[in-house]
Design a protein around this ligand. Structure first.
Ligand SMILES: [Zn+2]
Length: 65
C-alpha cells in the first residue's frame, strides 16, 4: 500500500489489487479518487490534491526506465 497525505491533511491510499503485469509488478489502485488525481508526464507523475489543489511531482529516474 502507498499512502498519500497532503499538507492540508487530506489523505488517501493506493492499495494493491493482486493483479500483476507481465513483469511481475503488482498493480495499485486508488482508494478514493475524490481525494487526489494523478497524471503521467514523460518525465514524471503528477499528483494533485483535490481538496486544496496542491500539486506534487514524482520524477522519473534514468535507472528505472
Ligand atoms: Zn491538500
Amino acid at each position: 500500500m502507498l499512502r498519500f497525505e497532503c499538507e492540508c491533511g487530506n489523505k488517501t491510499s493506493f492499495f494493491a489489487t493482486s493483479d500483476y503485469d507481465e513483469h511481475g509488478r503488482e498493480m495499485l489502485d486508488i482508494e478514493d479518487d475524490d481525494c487526489v488525481s494523478y497524471a503521467f508526464g514523460e518525465q514524471s507523475i503528477m499528483l494533485k490534491c483535490k481538496f486544496c489543489g496542491h500539486r506534487y511531482i514524482l520524477p522519473a529516474y534514468e535507472e528505472y526506465k
